[in-house]
Write a protein that binds this ligand. Structure first.
Ligand code: PMP
Length: 407
C-alpha cells in the first residue's frame, strides 16, 4: 500500500480528462496580452474566467503603484505582520478599506484564503458555534476546522433554515453564534439575501460574517459590495474580501464594526505565522480601492455585459445556475461532457473555468464564466458564438469524446 493509493479514484478522473484533452485544472497561459486576452501556445484566447471583475490588472495607476512600491521598498517583506512585515503601506491600505467600508477596524492579509482562515479561526472559540451556508467556500470550512467550535450547516441562501437552526440551538452556554455567509457565490453566481440574514442573526443575538470576495467592487453605489447594495452595511459585524478579484492584486482583508476586532492580530495563527503581502501587491490594491470607490461606470458596464451574456445563453436554452451576475455558470450533464466542451471552447479561442465536484454545489459540472468591465459588446458576442458552436457541434463532439475514452 503506497502513500498515494488513496488518490487512485482521483487519478482515474484525471486520466479521463487527459484522454479528452488538456488538464483543465492546470492550464498554462503562455502570455497575458491584456485584461481580456491571453495566449495558449499559438492561439490568442479571449479570457472569460479570470474574476477580473473591474478589469484593473492592466490599469496604468495600479501598475505604476506596484512598480513604485518595488522601487521604494523592494520585492518582498521577508517577515510576518507581527515581526518585520508591517510597512506603512499595509497600514495605509487598512485605513483606506476601513474608511471605505465605514468600519473602525480592518486587517489586511496575504491572501483571501488566509483571511477567512485567520478571521474565522480567531473569532470562534471552543464554546462558540459557527453556522455556515451549505455552499460555503473551502476557506470558510477550513477556518472552522482550525477552531474547537462546533459547526452547523444551514440550507444554501435560506434565512428561514438558519432561523430554525438557531432556535433549535437555543442559548449557547459561555459562547456565541457566528453566522458565516458569502455575498455573490463564486460557483453558481447567485446572491445572498443579506438583509434577511442580518435580521435573523441579530434576532438570535449572533454575529454575522460575510465573505464579499466576489462582490466587493462589483455591487453597491460605492462598490462596498452586496451589504451596501442591500442597505445593511452598517449592521454587518464582519466583512471579508480578497484583492485577487476586483482589486486585481493578491491579498485579502477583514473589516469589522467592532473595534475590539484589533485584538485578533495577536491570536490568529495564519496571520501571525506567515509572511505579509509584498509592497507591490499592497500598493496595487491601494490604488485599486480608489478605482472601486469611483467605479460606477465600470460596474454599470459589467452589469450590461452580464445581462447580455445571460440573455444570449438563455435564448440558446442553456441551463444557467442563477440570474444574471458577473458569474454565469452553465450546468452540463457530467464531468466528461463538460471537459470535452471546455476543450472545444479553447479550440475556439475562449477560456472559461471548468468547475467540477467537490468544488461545486450539488455535485454539478459547470462551464463557469466570469466577466469583466473590460469586456466589450463584441467580446460577449464572441463568447456567445463559441457557445452556439458547441450546440452545433454537439453530435460530433460526443462521438469524438466516445472514441477518445475508448482508445
Ligand atoms: N472566498 C471566496 C468566496 C473565494 O471564491 C475565494 C477564491 N476564489 C477566496 C475567498 C480566496 O481568495 P484568494 O484567491 O485571494 O485566496
Amino acid at each position: 500500500m503506497s502513500l498515494f493509493d488513496k488518490y487512485a479514484p482521483l487519478q482515474a478522473r484525471v486520466d479521463v480528462m487527459m484522454k479528452i484533452g488538456k488538464d483543465a485544472l492546470g492550464v498554462q497561459f503562455d502570455d497575458i496580452i491584456s485584461t481580456t486576452r491571453g495566449r495558449i501556445g499559438n492561439r490568442e484566447i479571449l479570457l472569460a474566467g479570470t474574476n477580473n471583475y473591474l478589469g484593473l490588472t492592466f490599469d496604468e495607476d495600479c501598475m505604476s503603484a506596484a512598480k513604485n512600491a518595488v522601487d521604494n521598498h523592494g520585492t518582498g517583506t521577508t517577515g510576518s505582520r507581527i515581526a518585520n512585515g508591517t510597512y506603512s503601506e499595509h497600514i495605509d491600505l487598512e485605513k483606506a478599506l476601513a474608511d471605505h467600508l465605514g468600519m473602525p477596524s480592518c486587517i489586511v492579509f496575504t491572501t483571501g484564503y488566509q483571511t477567512n482562515l485567520s478571521a474565522i479561526s480567531g473569532l470562534a472559540g471552543d464554546k462558540d458555534v459557527v453556522f455556515m451556508d451549505a455552499d460555503a467556500h473551502a476557506c470558510i470550512i477550513d477556518g472552522t476546522r482550525l477552531t474547537g467550535a462546533s459547526t452547523i450547516r444551514f440550507r444554501h441562501n435560506n434565512p428561514e433554515d438558519l432561523d430554525k437552526r438557531l432556535r433549535r440551538q437555543g442559548e449557547i452556554e459561555g459562547g456565541n453564534a457566528l453566522v458565516v455567509i458569502e455575498g455573490l457565490y463564486s460557483m453558481f453566481g447567485d446572491v445572498a439575501p443579506i438583509d434577511e440574514f442580518v435580521d435573523v442573526t441579530h434576532r438570535h443575538g449572533g454575529y454575522l460574517f460575510i465573505d464579499e470576495a466576489h462582490s466587493y467592487g462589483v455591487f453597491g453605489p460605492t462598490g462596498c459590495g452586496l451589504a451596501e447594495e442591500q442597505g445593511v452595511l452598517d449592521k454587518v459585524d464582519f466583512i471579508s474580501g480578497t484583492f485577487s478579484k476586483s482589486l486585481a492584486s493578491v491579498g485579502g482583508f477583514c473589516a469589522s464594526r467592532h473595534p475590539e476586532f484589533e485584538i485578533l492580530r495577536k491570536v490568529m495563527r495564519p496571520y501571525m505565522f506567515t509572511a505579509s503581502a509584498t509592497p507591490a501587491n499592497i500598493c496595487a490594491a491601494l490604488a485599486a480601492v480608489e478605482k472601486v470607490k469611483h467605479g460606477a461606470d465600470l460596474r454599470a458596464n459589467l452589469k450590461v455585459r452580464s445581462e447580455q451574456l445571460h440573455k444570449g445563453l438563455s435564448d440558446m436554452q442553456y441551463d444557467l445556475c442563477a440570474e444574471a451576475s458577473p458569474v454565469i455558470a452553465v450546468r452540463r450533464p457530467n464531468e466528461a461532457v463538460a471537459a470535452m466542451e471546455w476543450n472545444a471552447l479553447i479550440e475556439d479561442g475562449v477560456y472559461v473555468n471548468l468547475a467540477v465536484p467537490p468544488g461545486t454545489p450539488q455535485s454539478s459540472s459547470l462551464l463557469r464564466i466570469s466577466l469583466s468591465a473590460a469586456h466589450t459588446e463584441e467580446d460577449i458576442n464572441i463568447i456567445l458564438k463559441a457557445f452556439n458552436d458547441l450546440k452545433d457541434k454537439q453530435g460530433s463532439l460526443m462521438a469524438e469524446m466516445g472514441a477518445k475514452l475508448q482508445a
